[in-house]
Design a protein around this ligand. Structure first.
Ligand code: CTP
Ligand code: CA
Length: 223
């Protein structure tokens, strides 16, 4: 017997979460990617689900199992992630960009394996679309959460991203810390939002970090 939960804080809300690192193809056997494991995004998706939300998890390739009780959309590149996000955007109430989206992508993708020739080779890269900033320009009712992965001047950069991308919250991640960031089981973050002092979440499991982020979003939406 499945009982419909209608009394949870995110019941009736649609939450879109992106996770993992995008892969930008150079040729059929090679790509550019990053160290994102997808763990933080998956925990956020599960935390939102457990608060009653209808969750769409847009996932770049990870080693993680698909969580139950949500729709999982598999994507590879930044462009594919953008297409998947904007398909859901209008009907979303909350969008959480936990994915590490590549900032650049090869200008051209070779359809056949590139053979080695000269001693040097140059791959020309073009900037990708900033998905979060584009949503920030287009948003009507949506609550936008972004991440900021930094190694230095964390608060300054995070507040800059909040402003420039027109996000409602930025989760700042000091990825130079040993218990935080890419591919770790734990995280340590600071939440920046407009008109509220930053909230520091000391080292704890990614699930606990996710619960605190979702809790904070719920609180902001109820105001
Ligand atoms: N982001 C995005 N689209 C991109 C790049 C980033 O939506 N093409 C999102 C990320 O998912 C994250 C936020 O923007 O939520 C910040 O990403 P980050 O890499 O920290 O910042 P950038 O704006 O890309 O700047 P930089 O990498 O130079 O710090
Ligand atoms: Ca970036």
């Amino acid at each position: 017997l499945i009982r419909q939960q209608t009394d949870l804080p995110l019941s009736g809300k649609k939450v879109v979460v992106t996770a993992g690192g995008t892969k930008e193809r150079i040729d059929p056997v090679r790509y550019i990617t990053n160290d994102s494991s997808g763990k933080m995004g998956y925990q956020l998706a599960m935390a939102a689900r457990d608060k009653g939300a209808k969750v769409v998890l847009i996932s770049a390739s990870t080693q993680l199992k698909h969580p139950f009780g949500m729709e999982v959309v598999a994507v590879e590149s930044a462009q594919q992630m953008s297409d998947a996000v904007f398909k859901e955007f209008e009907s979303a109430d909350i969008v959480i960009m936990a994915a590490a989206v590549s900032d650049y992508t090869p200008e051209t993708q070779a359809t056949q394996k590139i053979k080695k020739k000269e001693n040097q080779m140059v791959i020309s890269l073009a900037k990708t679309q900033d998905i979060l900033a584009t949503m920030g320009q287009q948003k009507s009712h949506q609550f936008l959460v972004g991440f900021a992965a930094e190694t230095h001047d964390v608060a300054e950069y995070a507040m800059g991203k909040l402003e420039k991308k027109n996000a409602d919250m930025i989760v700042a991640n000091d990825v130079s810390k040993p218990h935080a960031g890419f591919n770790k089981e734990t995280n340590e973050v600071t939440l920046f939002s407009k008109d509220t002092p930053p909230i520091e979440l000391s080292v704890r499991s990614k699930r606990d970090i996710a619960d605190s982020i979702i809790q904070e979003v719920i609180q902001k939406l109820s105001k």
